[in-house]
Design a protein around this ligand. Structure first.
Ligand SMILES: Cc1cc2nc3c(=O)[nH]c(=O)nc-3n(C[C@H](O)[C@H](O)[C@H](O)COP(=O)(O)OP(=O)(O)OC[C@H]3O[C@@H](n4cnc5c(N)ncnc54)[C@H](O)[C@@H]3O)c2cc1C
Length: 293
């Protein structure tokens, strides 16, 4: 490798700084590539050394171990954060590092429909595409027509929509999403703005949006609401250390100040056990776990 990567790599970076939960031990290597070339070089270097690679977006759907994680955590630098709408058309190209909220607001201002229902989801566009983030008002995958993905071997390729599978809180994106092309429907800016504000208000009323959390802890089992099941068992307000089941929404676990990943995980286990016992339902995690072996 002839590129000097020392400027973009730090060692033992505390990941609590980079997660919405404000939880997480250090990353052995924390890397912020500024260009595709640097990203490819980083991937090559760490692959050669047999190090694991993790891609970090906004850290809004992650629970990271208190012991941190080995290998490299890669966060795309600000150069990957762009959002370009093609004037007079219904199309846009969005870099993976751009915040989802900004893409949503810009599309609504332009009278472009498709993403207004995902307002309130924090994090980056890359994380949102990978997770197919959304809910009952729509999902991010709905507007993606193609994507540029870099494989862990450092080769970037364009992937068409029909090669990507988007399902409930998951996608088949295999590698690092660099950017995506989006196609919206034409709509009325005023109406879309009203709808967007409406959805945001509904979420503010029912979810602890500004508390430290990773959003919904569990996926909804088919035909059921994980939050409703947990609520029926009286879990709202129940805590382990600094981790507490939100009083506002039973599927959110919040960090009340000094929660550790161990606290959150213990609470998750208690909830899962009780839900299994009382309803014979297995709750799958929506939050992604890093560094737990
Ligand atoms: C208050 C709150 C409310 C939320 N509400 C919702 C909601 O309504 N609906 C919903 O679906 N989610 C919700 N979430 C969860 C979370 O915001 C989404 O999953 C979000 O899209 C994750 O984006 P991120 O950039 O933070 O990804 P991260 O949390 O950093 O990463 C999530 C996953 O995406 C992968 N990833 C990140 N970037 C890339 C990339 N460029 N290429 C490939 N993989 C990548 C990571 O490796 C990881 O596996 C909420 C979270 C919070 C804290």
């Amino acid at each position: 490798m002839n590129m000097d990567l020392s400027e973009i790599i730090t060692e033992n970076e505390p990941l609590a700084r980079h997660t919405y939960f404000r939880i997480g031990g250090p990353a052995k290597f924390f890397v912020q590539p500024r260009t595709e070339g640097e990203l490819a070089a980083v991937l090559g270097t760490f692959a050669e050394e047999g190090e694991d690679i993790h891609i970090l977006g906004g850290g809004t759907n992650l629970l990271i171990s208190d012991d941190g994680i080995g290998g490299a955590v890669i966060r795309l630098g600000k150069e990957f954060a762009f959002c370009e709408f093609t004037e007079g058309s219904t199309r846009a190209v969005v870099g993976a590092g751009h915040t989802l909220a900004s893409v949503v607001r810009q599309s609504v201002e332009r009278g472009l429909a498709g993403l207004e229902g995902v307002i309130g989801v924090p994090g980056t566009f890359g994380g949102a595409a990978f997770m197919n983030a959304g809910g009952k008002h729509g999902n991010v995958g709905d507007v993606i027509t193609s994507a540029t993905v870099m494989g862990f071997d450092g080769t970037a390729r364009r992937v068409e929509r029909d090669e990507i599978e988007f399902s409930y809180r998951s996608s088949s994106i295999d590698g690092i999403l660099l950017q995506a092309e989006l196609e919206f429907e034409r709509g009325d800016a005023e109406e879309l703005s009203v709808r967007m504000k409406d959805v945001l208000q509904q979420k503010r009323d029912s979810q602890p949006l500004s508390a430290k959390s990773a959003g919904c802890a569990f996926k909804n089992p088919p035909g059921q609401s994980a939050g409703a099941l947990i609520d029926q068992l009286g879990f709202k307000g129940v805590s382990v250390g600094g981790a507490q089941v939100s009083e506002k929404h039973a599927n959110f676990i919040v960090n009340t100040g000094d929660a550790t990943a161990a606290h959150v995980l213990e609470l998750i286990d208690i909830i899962r056990e009780k839900v299994k016992l009382e309803f014979d339902v297995d709750l799958d995690l929506e939050v992604r776990l890093w560094g737990f072996g």
